[in-house]
Design a protein around this ligand. Structure first.
Ligand code: TYD
Ligand code: MG
Length: 475
């Protein structure tokens, strides 16, 4: 390849430059520019091929909008939690990216998925670029999948892979583990670089569209949470699922980040066991199984993930700070949402946490995005500050507005029903929209955060054995 065709591509954001630079102008990352041939990338992702530069176009047939197949034909995988996230199964000819930290269990999930599909009588192919065939086989045997007719290979050349797959009947599912290990001819850079990842993905996507096989690409996430071969694959594929979990917990959560054929708010919950991933059909039971009853600073939030209600414990710790700027640490929730709730507590309820460190944690490794969690978070924070445990049989939900009002949220009946199913007796809910007749739970409607705070403070005063070191001065 001539010098003229080389460009410098940022491995962080994919930005290209004609000269080497210490700092990427696009994203500001240092030392991320790598020299790459412009095989695909230089000309905005056009496929490489013989005579690409001066080829005369060929005409193609245009299709009517109303065609034979109006509905995307789906193939359920046999793992209901996986199907829930994809929107009902793998769509023919679609490409799906599963992204996650190394070691989170992507390979385990996919070999289980491939085996489940193969057991239903479909052709499933698993191509590993990271492990030898014997290693994949060994794992499958340990998982009790030894009898499933999954076809295996350890390969990294996408041209060879596509040529092999094009022989014989079209597989229904092809798993490529991982896209970072794949390389394609005609691109001069190393596997794992932006250009190679993009080029390999493009070839595999073209194969999927042409053959009708569903292709799953595995992508490792870099330490700052980006999908390596940054984002370039994300916008090319039909669906992006992220597989998450938090260190010590055995729970793994599969979440759709993008889905052209289904919803993006569904989660699938799994538990990593010695025998692989076990599907968790009722996540609330799991998330509440380690509850520490009767300690201050915990509140149960009745949330909705997609179509499914999920109960989860929100834990808060408020402690006097020795730092000039007190700490604010959040796991599983939005930190700007926490700042907002703290500001509302201070401005409207007289709860000043300016001199306190605040820690907030969502139990079980779940990440909550719903504003409906505001009320539960506020209750946990005030409970910790006042050293007053909240009633163990109560759930909380409601959105807090900047004025301190508690706003109604969607799907209240589903939340209440789930709470009732799990043995809760009361619910602290927004005043507007609370319909006592429709629920078997005792409802405690709150119109504003002020009344929630005074309720909790009153509980603190009633429990004499608890010391209330800071709360009295602060409220
Ligand atoms: P793996 O699927 O290899 O992760 P990834 O492909 O995302 O890098 O999973 C590796 C981890 O999962 C490893 O730390 C061990 C654990 N594990 C189990 O706990 N039980 C099992 O049955 C299997 C197969 C793995
Ligand atoms: Mg793996």
């Amino acid at each position: 390849m001539s010098r003229r065709n080389m460009t410098y591509v940022c491995q962080h954001c994919g930005g290209a430059s004609a000269r080497w630079q210490g700092k990427c102008e696009a994203c500001g990352e240092w030392n991320s520019m790598v020299e790459e041939g412009d095989g695909l990338g230089g000309v905005a992702g056009r496929p490489a091929g013989p005579g690409r530069a001066s080829r005369k176009g060929r005409s193609f047939k245009l299709e009517p909008l109303i065609g034979e197949n109006h509905e995307a034909p789906r193939l359920p995988s046999g793992l209901p939690e996986l199907d829930r996230v994809t929107g009902g199964g793998f769509v023919r000819g679609s490409v799906l990216l599963i992204a996650g930290d190394p070691g989170i269990g992507k390979s385990t999930l996919l070999i289980q998925g491939a085996a489940a599909l193969a057991r239903l009588g479909h052709r499933a192919v698993y191509i590993s670029g990271e492990e030898a065939v014997a290693q994949v086989r060994l794992r499958a045997e340990r998982l009790g999948l030894g009898d499933a007719k999954v076809e295996l290979a350890a390969e990294t050349s996408v041209e060879d892979i596509v040529a092999t797959l094009s022989e014989g009947p079209t597989p229904r599912l092809v798993i490529i583990d991982s896209i970072q290990t794949m390389w394609t001819d005609g691109i001069d850079s190393a596997p794992g670089t932006v250009t190679q990842v993009r080029g390999s993905a493009q070839t595999l996507i073209r194969y999927a569209k042409k053959s009708g096989a569903a292709v799953i690409l595995v992508g490792h996430v870099t330490k700052d949470g980006q999908i390596a071969g940054p984002r370039v694959v994300e916008h090319m594929v039909d669906a992006v699922l992220s597989f998450e979990g938090d260190g010590p917990h055995q729970f793994r959560i599969l979440r759709a980040v993008k889905n052209r054929f289904g919803p993006t708010d569904e989660i699938g919950v799994f538990e990593m066991t010695g025998l692989g991933l076990r599907e968790v059909a009722n996540p609330s039971e799991l998330f509440l199984s380690e509850r520490d009853l009767g300690s201050p600073g915990t509140a149960v939030f009745a949330g909705i993930e997609g179509t499914r209600p999920v109960l989860v414990e929100i834990q808060a710790l408020v402690a006097p700070s020795s730092l000039g700027t007190p700490r604010r640490a959040v796991v599983g929730w939005d930190s700007s949402r926490l700042s907002m709730v703290l500001a509302v507590l201070q401005a409207h309820c007289g709860v000043n946490l300016g001199g306190h460190d605040v820690y907030l944690n969502v139990a079980g490794g779940l990440r909550i995005v719903e504003p409906a969690a505001d009320l539960a978070a506020a209750a946990a924070l005030v409970s910790s500050l006042a050293n007053a445990p909240l009633p163990a049989d109560a759930v909380y939900f409601g959105e807090v507005s900047l004025s301190g009002a508690v706003r109604p949220v969607a799907q209240a009946p589903a939340r209440l029903k789930e709470a009732q199913k799990l043995g809760f007796a009361r619910a602290v809910v927004p005043e507007t929209g609370a319909d006592a007749a429709s629920s078997a739970l005792a409802l405690n409607p709150v119109g504003s955060l002020v009344s929630l705070v005074s309720d909790i403070a009153a509980r603190g005063e009633k429990s004499p054995k608890k010391r209330r070191p800071q709360a009295a001065e602060d409220e």
